[in-house]
Design a protein around this ligand. Structure first.
Ligand SMILES: C[S@@+](CC[C@H](N)C(=O)[O-])C[C@H]1O[C@@H](n2cnc3c(N)ncnc32)[C@H](O)[C@@H]1O
Length: 234
């Protein structure tokens, strides 16, 4: 079984997700005690999709996030670099393709909204991916990044860190088709941006009006922003 490192070599990351694909959705639900569905639903609400709009779900995995977004009535397309994850989502009622977040196969200004859920942390160059996402989004189009973050209340943060380092790898060994992927998960969560620093990275990629809200005490943060040249409305 393969495991990527904090260097996030794209081929290592893709191989790791290919091997985790078989039980990916079930393992995630177990590890998050079912909260992952609520987090994706909040991302859909914050993105404010309307029927008739076009939305791109980057790093869509097996399409679980794409399917959640499609509940809005918008047309949602999912892309992911892992053929194994995309193949696993073949039965879902959404359009999924193999593609890299760093080279999206879409023309400029193709989408009203774009999102990446639990994917940005895995990309070797997050600012480049956010820049590429801005390219395919129309002016004033919307971005939501849904990603693990850092609990803000110190006592809760200490308990959560213990869970990440001990509880999560233990559960993953019992249920995942690639348990090593979940050691990578806890390593990357601990090394990832906090809320403020991710907001700075999103601005660096050219997005404006960046704001965020914490979910589950900051275990997850939802960052939203408007595409370059966007209006002041939200
Ligand atoms: C944790 S999964 C998230 C899947 C889904 N969005 C969800 O909410 O469950 C992260 C995904 O990011 C994908 N990924 C990592 N690097 C990528 C890249 N450069 N381009 C596209 N997808 C990438 C992986 O293949 C994996 O399927």
């Amino acid at each position: 079984m393969s495991r990527a490192t904090l260097e996030k070599d794209p081929d290592d990351v893709t191989r790791m997700f290919d091997e985790a694909a078989a039980r990916y959705d079930r393992t995630n639900s177990l590890l998050s005690a079912g909260r992952d569905r609520a987090w994706r639903a909040r991302a859909r609400t914050v993105l404010g999709l309307r029927p008739g709009e076009r939305c791109l779900d980057v790093a869509c995995g097996t399409g679980v996030s794409t399917t959640e977004l499609a509940r809005s009535g918008a047309t949602v397309i999912g892309v992911d670099r892992s053929p194994g994850m995309v193949a696993r989502g073949a039965d879902r009622p959404v359009d999924l393709h193999v593609a890299d977040a760093l080279a999206l196969p879409f023309a400029d200004d193709s989408f009203d909204a774009v999102t990446i859920m639990f994917g940005l942390r895995n990309v070797v160059d997050p600012v480049a991916a956010l820049t590429e996402m801005a390219r395919v989004t129309r002016p004033a189009g919307r971005l939501v990044v849904c990603e693990f973050s850092h609990p803000t209340w110190a006592p809760f943060r200490a308990v959560y860190l213990r869970y990440l380092m001990r509880g999560l790898p233990w559960i993953a060994r019992k249920v995942s088709s690639n348990p090593d992927a979940y050691t990578y998960l806890s390593d990357t969560i601990r090394a990832w941006h906090d809320q403020q620093s991710l907001a700075t990275a999103i601005r660096e990629a050219g997005w404006s009006q960046v704001a965020w809200r914490d979910l589950s005490g900051g275990i997850v943060a939802l960052h939203r922003a408007l595409a370059p040249a966007g209006s002041a409305e939200e």
